[in-house]
Ligand binder design. Structure first.
Ligand code: ZN
Length: 410
């Protein structure tokens, strides 16, 4: 769970504890009655491929739009830069105008890779031992399904003021050009605060509330050599660009550590991924005159693009000094040059609400710490917690409905 806020808010207050408890009980009753539907919706989303790249969210957005309409969401609207990359927004409107909270999730996934490597088919969701398995179940079609039904539960209640929007976006996995970078400027998607339902926790569910999101900065490292007939390589003074590139790639993986000008306060660490793309040579028989690899760097608060470029240049200059034959350059990738890291005050009212409010319905003492950055699961699965105990699989964990009189933990 990641949080962002457009402006500071006070700690939320409720008109009365009794009223709040009633609202909570009614919302949980609604969710319990729709539990099977909710899980089925998550399964349908997983079974609707939306790998990115290449990126095409039409089917998964159409499925979501149909569900939002059926659940009573108003003001449904799809917006897109290109037809194949739609985003969707819907709204639960309160009794009078007020502040707007958006629940946000993306509907694209990483590519499945080699499907034979999966224990179960990535697009054939499996419910086992209380978890839903499939590509995107954790990141983040399961979260999207949960948010869609959470909003629908609110829609059944007497919401006094303000509204809740659900914003479902494209292209999160490949730079967000068609997704949040686009919709952030659209009036339909405007809100006072955004709660992003991304998964957190590598080892357990409900691990923590993430108060920061790392940024992204991508470069192409290119090495130049001597293109010629490969049969002459042992007779002519020449430079094999691919071999030189292999050395740069290996050195970068082991040695390159970007600096940060200040501690951004949210913790977290920088990740450097050299070789996310790799290209070199022309064909057999041709000595390679050019080779390149891509590196993506996950940035944290306290870093800047100019600082990162300077660090990279210092590193490459050291390699050039060590090897006078090395001709190497670094170039930012258009559109992926700099997505800034962002964070929210851990003490912000929205963070506090996310930290404490799930505890009672989930029967937890605390919802993990409030801390830096989300970590993603190595296996794509998401826990399904039945609210009523009347599940269709005996293996699912059960969570009984709390009595309305249970005091909230603060
Ligand atoms: Zn995600």
């Amino acid at each position: 769970m990641k949080t962002q806020a457009a402006r500071a808010t006070k700690r939320p207050t409720h008109r009365s504890e009794g009223g709040r408890a009633r609202l909570e009980r009614d919302a949980l009753r609604f969710l319990a009655s729709y539990e099977v539907q909710l899980i089925d919706f998550a399964r349908e989303l997983v079974a609707t491929p939306s790998p990115n790249p290449p990126g095409d969210e039409r089917d998964v957005i159409a499925l979501s739009r149909e569900r939002l309409a059926a659940l009573g969401y108003k003001n449904l609207k799809s917006v897109a830069i290109e037809a194949a990359r739609p985003n969707l927004v819907g709204e639960i409107v309160g009794g009078s105008p007020g502040r707007v909270l958006m629940l946000n999730g993306h509907l694209d996934t990483k590519p499945a890779g080699d499907r034979t490597e999966w224990e179960t088919d990535p697009y054939d969701p499996v419910l086992r031992d209380g978890h839903l398995y499939g590509l995107g179940a954790a990141d983040m079609k399961g979260g999207v399904a949960a948010m869609v039904y959470a909003g629908a539960a609110l829609g059944q209640l007497d919401v006094p003021a303000g509204s809740l929007k659900i914003g479902l976006t494209a292209d999160e996995e490949a730079g967000s050009h068609f997704g949040v970078r686009f919709v952030a400027h659209r009036e339909e998607f405007s809100s006072d605060a955004v709660l992003v339902g991304e998964p957190t926790g590598m080892k357990s569910g409900w691990a923590y509330v993430a108060v920061a999101s790392r940024g992204l900065s991508c470069f192409v490292i290119r090495v130049h050599g001597t293109q010629m007939h490969s049969g002459l390589s042992d007779q002519v003074d020449s430079i094999n660009a691919s071999v030189k590139l292999a050395g740069v790639l290996s050195r970068m993986a082991g040695e390159f550590r970007p600096s940060r000008t200040q501690d951004g306060g949210a913790g977290g660490h920088v990740t450097v991924n050299p070789g996310v793309t790799l290209k070199g040579g022309v064909y057999f028989g041709v000595y390679p005159g050019e080779a390149e690899f891509g590196v993506d760097i996950r940035t944290v608060p306290g870093m800047t693009l100019s600082g990162l470029k300077a660090d990279l240049e210092v590193f490459l200059e050291r390699l050039r000094r060590e090897d006078p034959q090395l001709v190497v350059t670094a170039e930012s990738v258009a559109g992926l040059d700099w997505m800034p890291p962002c964070s929210i005050e851990p003490g912000h009212a929205l963070v506090a609400t996310c930290h404490w409010e799930p505890c009672r319905p989930l029967r937890m003492d605390r919802f993990g710490p409030r801390r830096g950055f989300p970590a993603f699961r190595p296996s794509d699965r998401v826990p399904c917690l039945p609210l009523t105990g009347q599940t269709r699989t005996s293996q699912s964990r059960t969570l009984s409905l709390p009595p309305a009189s249970t005091p909230s933990r603060r």
